[in-house]
Structure formats: structure tokens, C-alpha cells
Design a protein around this ligand. Structure first.
Ligand code: CA
Length: 352
């Protein structure tokens, strides 16, 4: 071990117990309903002593589990912010047994800019966990979530959608976990969310995700992919509104039972997985994307999924992309143009 490493390790151990640089205007332990802000220092050219004020809502009544809901981790995903703000206004704390923490626009700078990444530091909120109190704005926010909010929570729900570049068949999402008991409890909650799809997701890259950080603490973690294309629909928002409320019923924070898809005459949540690398179709060309099948289509291995037109060489045949596995088209690239390295499509398969 060289001298630099020793110094860094000492410095790191001193930082572990430093308080967060985020201050909160609400009492996270008080009964009732409070709307407030998480204040993140942000000194900059147009505001010397400026800050970013991220809305947080606390609803609490007596004893019971704590559910932490976050959304707006990526600033171009809208079902989560809408559903959490709807829930914050609608819930009467007198109806609760426990506590609900709501952060509808976690990456507020990205929400303002309608971008996936923070326009301040270019960081991806869901790739910087557990965060860094001495880091950039995005890392400071993540550090507060990880060291202050997550420890209060029994269950963490991070509501995502596909953003501007992807679109999904609305799905509640969890990961394959080594802890079978945690996996079973998570799967039960996932089904009660009541999305059309319940997905056991294999991440292409899970480093720095809130998901991984919470799962490693042994807590139930649910995420979603509720739509995308940089907007929301009546259908996707209805699923989000119903799903977040269903989780309150599932964990007994709110009386009553989850409203499942069958209540509207829809099929039950279809449990699927993307366990196989063949589920992901990655583009190796740059051009105009022509999809051959639409979201939700059932496909067979070998079926044509899409073609990439090489628009500066129209005499060439477009590059075909075929399914490597049989299943359902769960997710697709949305912009008309596609680049080499982009995820063109994801095919999910039914859980055995
Ligand atoms: Ca996302």
C-alpha cells in the first residue's frame, strides 16, 4: 500500500460521519402532513449563496412501516412525479398507520431541464449511489437519500419510466436477489403494484444504482418502467397512481386491499424476466430505425425486430435486426435515429 492510499483511507474514514450538506425543512419524525424541501447548497455565478430546493412530503400517523417513494431520478420521466404529487395531496394522514416519505422530483435540476442527467454536473442520479457528501450536486443529493432517508425506510420505491429515448410496456420491476426471503417479500409487493408486467430485471449495468444500495441493506426495493418517450399517457399515469397506492395497502400503511388489474377486467400481472443476454438487442449501425414490431408484440426467435436504414447510402439494404429469443417486445428505442451501441429493443420472457 503506498502513502497516497493510506492518506486517502484516513480522509475517507473521517468523512463517513460528517453530516450531510443537505438540510431539510420538515420534521421527518412528526405526525401529520408536511410539505417542505431538501435544501442542497449550490453556489454559482447567478446566485452566490444559492441552493436547490427539492420538494419532500412527509405523512405520518403513529406506529407502522415507513415507505420511501422517489421519482424524477431521471428528469425526463413523468409518471412518477405525477403519481407522487397526486398521492401527497390526496392522502389524509389520519388514514395512515406508519409513515410515507415522498420525493417526487429527486433530481430537480434534471426535471427542470427535462433531461436524464443533471445539467449541473452531467451525472446520472441512478448511477452515483451511495453518493458523496463532498461530491458534486448529484452525489450530495444521493448521499442524503442514502444516509438519511433510506435508513428510515422499511421499503423503498423508485418510480422510473423509459425517458426520452426508451419506451416500455408498463412494468413494475425488481431484481433477482440472493436472499430468498427478501426476494419472496419483494415479489409479493411487486404483484400487488398491479402493473401489466412484473419484471425480474437483469441490469446491463447496476453499478451505483439506488436499487443495489437498498437491496444490499436487506430492504424491499421496487422500481418501475411505466412508459417513456419523454411524456406520459392517461394509461401509464393511471397505472402509476394505482400502483403507489396499492403498495400502501400491501404494507398495511393504508387500510384496504390493493386494486388489481382484474378489477378493470384486465389480465393479472404477467411475471416476466430478462434473464438472458439475448433479451437485449443492441444496435451496431447508425441510421434511421424502422421497427418491424410494436411494443407488446409476441415475437419468436429469428423474427425481424427492426431495420436500420443507412440514409446516406440509400442504394444499400437496411441492416436487419432479429430476435435472439422468443418472448414479448417489452421495450424499444424511441427516437427516429439510432446509433451504434444504442439499446434497440428488449424482449422479455415469461417467468418459468
Ligand atoms: Ca429511468
Amino acid at each position: 500500500m503506498n502513502q497516497t492510499t493510506v492518506v486517502d483511507a484516513t480522509f475517507a474514514s473521517q468523512c463517513v460521519h460528517k453530516p450531510s450538506r443537505v438540510s431539510c425543512t420538515v420534521d421527518l419524525g412528526a405526525d401529520g402532513k408536511q410539505f417542505g424541501h431538501m435544501t442542497v447548497p449550490h453556489s454559482r455565478d447567478d446566485s452566490a449563496w444559492g441552493s436547490i430546493q427539492i420538494p419532500i412530503i412527509v405523512l405520518k400517523n403513529g406506529a407502522g412501516p415507513t415507505l420511501l417513494f422517489t421519482a424524477g431520478s431521471h428528469g425526463d420521466e413523468y409518471e412518477g412525479p405525477i403519481a407522487l404529487m397526486n398521492l401527497a395531496r390526496a392522502l389524509d394522514p389520519a388514514d395512515l398507520s406508519g409513515r410515507v416519505l415522498l420525493v417526487p422530483t429527486l433530481n430537480l435540476p434534471a426535471v427542470r431541464a427535462a433531461t436524464r442527467l443533471s445539467p449541473i454536473d452531467g451525472r446520472n442520479m441512478n448511477r452515483v449511489f451511495p453518493g458523496d457528501r463532498d461530491g458534486t450536486v448529484t452525489e450530495v443529493i444521493a448521499d442524503y437519500v442514502f444516509r438519511t432517508l433510506v435508513p428510515l425506510a422499511d421499503v423503498v420505491v423508485d418510480v422510473h419510466s423509459g425517458g426520452k429515448t426508451l419506451s416500455f410496456v408498463p412494468s413494475a420491476v425488481m431484481h433477482e436477489l440472493e436472499d430468498r426471503d427478501l426476494m419472496d417479500r419483494t415479489a409479493a409487493a411487486l404483484k400487488d403494484f398491479g402493473a401489466p408486467i412484473g419484471l425480474i430485471l437483469r441490469e446491463l449495468d447496476n453499478q451505483g444504482m439506488l436499487d443495489t444500495a437498498v437491496e444490499e441493506m436487506g430492504k424491499v426495493f421496487i422500481s418501475t418502467e411505466l412508459g417513456g418517450s419523454g411524456t406520459s399517457t392517461a394509461h401509464s399515469v393511471a397505472i402509476a397512481d394505482r400502483g403507489v397506492r396499492n403498495l400502501l395497502h400491501h404494507f398495511g400503511v393504508l387500510d384496504g386491499v390493493p386494486v388489481l388489474p382484474s378489477a378493470a377486467g384486465d389480465p393479472p400481472t404477467r411475471m416476466m424476466t430478462t434473464h438472458d443476454a439475448g433479451c437485449f438487442i443492441i444496435c451496431a449501425d447508425a441510421g434511421i430505425l424502422e421497427m418491424a414490431v410494436d411494443l407488446g408484440a409476441e415475437v419468436k426467435a429469428g423474427d425481424l425486430i427492426g431495420r436500420v436504414h443507412l440514409y446516406e447510402e440509400p442504394e444499400r439494404e437496411p441492416a436487419p435486426y432479429h430476435a435472439k429469443i422468443s418472448g414479448m417486445l417489452l421495450c424499444r428505442h424511441m427516437p427516429g435515429l439510432i446509433q451504434r451501441g444504442d439499446c434497440m429493443a428488449v424482449i422479455a420472457v415469461d417467468l418459468a
